[in-house]
Design a protein around this ligand. Structure first.
Ligand SMILES: [Zn+2]
Length: 218
């Protein structure tokens, strides 16, 4: 048998092997590869980006050489789930850093000049007085709204949506915003040789809001 990751020949007598996945028989990995994949997870958890990138590139190299679909799928999923783990960890660390009071205060202090109350009022009044002069100079837009309903199976009606967006685009509109609104559920019952099965689908409307500039700013 060969290592499912690096392809090295495994000897039943001299090599320590590990299963690729618990439920998978006939897929073993060598001791080195077992350490490699464990390391990836450790670096993802500890957010060690440098070591993570190195460990990842070695596994990706092996991934590109694996021909067995099962082993390939396993390794691909393993790398992807660790990618999202490290990204999630780094993201939440950034947020917690920013929300931490002291750091937040320091950051805000960097961006905002120190003002006392009368300064703020003064500044605001100046801006407010120019408001009525500015508004007529702003660009002006018109809007259009389209509604695309899901297919009876609950899937997005991709063809119709593409058509709608393309038709608008060639007329100078850009898609500004979309949201979905649930309009109901459908149940279809399929009877087949005395056995009946039901399909439940949630049907949404997708609302597309298009925007077109009809006067540029001055
Ligand atoms: Zn190996």
């Amino acid at each position: 048998m060969n290592c499912a990751i690096c392809g090295k020949k495994l000897s039943r007598i001299s090599d320590v092997t590990y299963p690729l996945e618990k439920h998978l028989k006939n897929y073993d990995v060598c001791n080195e590869c077992n350490n490699r994949r464990n390391d990836l997870n450790i670096y993802a958890k500890s957010m060690d980006q440098e070591r993570y990138t190195k460990a990842r590139s070695i596994l990706v190299e092996y991934l590109n050489k694996i021909t067995d679909e099962t082993a390939k799928d396993y390794l691909k999923n393993y790398i992807e789930s660790n990618d999202s783990l490290i990204n999630k960890n780094i993201h939440s660390k950034m947020i917690s850093n920013f929300c931490d009071n002291e750091t937040y205060k320091n950051k805000v202090d960097l961006f905002l000049p120190k003002l006392n109350n009368s300064d703020i009022e003064d500044k605001f009044n100046k801006i407010y007085n120019t408001k009525n002069e500015q508004i007529p100079k702003n660009p002006c837009y018109e809007y259009d709204i389209s509604v695309i309903n899901d297919l009876p199976t609950g899937e997005v009606d991709l063809n119709n949506m593409k058509l709608e967006i393309t038709e608008h685009s060639i007329n100078g509109w850009r898609l500004a915003f979309t949201f979905t609104n649930e309009i109901g559920k459908t149940t279809s019952v399929i009877g087949l040789g005395g056995i009946a099965g039901g399909i439940n689908a949630t049907i949404d409307s997708t609302i597309l809001i298009f925007e077109r500039c009809i006067r540029s700013g001055q």
